[in-house]
Every structure is written in structure tokens, then in C-alpha cells.
Design a binder for this molecule. Sequence first.
Ligand SMILES: [Zn+2]
Length: 178
Amino acid sequence: MASIGHVAVGMALGRFEAGAPPWRRRVAVMVFMSLLALLPDADVVAFALRIPYSAPWGHRGASHSFVFAGLVALAVAGLARWRGGSATRWGLLALAAVGSHGILDALTDGGLGAALFWPFSHARVFAPVRPLPVSPIGAGMLSARGLYVSLVELLVFLPAWAYALWPTRRARARPEAG
Ligand SMILES: [Zn+2]
């Protein structure tokens, strides 16, 4: 999947956590959640390292598994606790952000599936239905195909965008319009 859908999920989770003002915190949390949602795709470095796509540490491999999401969630929970926040809340948010990545990739119609059950199984898994078009990798995004995939993801994730970006009303005492 192109990055757009993952960012939409991250931003929606950020809005969920930081729905109330101040603005700066909301933006910071949205950026952080989006980075978490994108994190599994850091594995594209595998192509540069000549690790085959189908290898356990190849693209859509271990980093796209639920175990990896759990490990990142534990790290984020620890960080939250250290900073005086709720470890449970932040752990669950991180789990949702990172864990959603592999699931969304498993909904795409091409490439190899995601190794959701690594390290217990190296099988690359696809969902029974795969409505999302797979995106080209790297510079391939700058093509007609890349544009098409980006547009589809913008549309499919419209509810997430709307939720994340919906303006909040200012808390201001206003006389009732009558
Ligand atoms: Zn991915």
C-alpha cells in the first residue's frame, strides 16, 4: 500500500488521543502516530541490502507482523510511563497504529502478502478480500499507477481523514441564536 492510507490511520488515532486543544499537542501526536503506522515499511531498506522480498526480513516480512507491533507497543508504553503518561493507553494506541499496517497491506491486490504471524510462521498472508490496489515501490510511485493508487487510498480512507481533520468548535460562550 502507498503511504497515504497508513498516514490516514495514524492521523485518526492521533485525533482520538488528542481531540481536545491545544493544537500543538494534537499535531505532535498525529505526526507521531503516523510515523508509527509507517514504521513497518522502513523494511524497504531490505531491497538496498539485497535481502530478497520473500525472506523473513525482506519487505512485508517480520516488521509487518503482530509480534513486531507488540514489541513496538511495549517500547512506546515504557516511554509513556517514563514521561508520566498512561502506559496502557499509549501501548494500545501504538499497537493499533503498527498492527494496522500489516493488516492493510494484506488487503492489497499484489506483491507478496504480509508475514503477520512471524516468527511462528513465515507465510506471507493475504486477506480473503483484497480491495486495495498495490502500490509501486520507491520511485515507481511517480507514475500514473502511483497516482491512481494514491487517489484510491485518499478516497477509501476518507472517513479517517474526515475524523482526523474535522474542525473542533472553539469553546466560546455564545448567546443562543433564536
Ligand atoms: Zn507495508
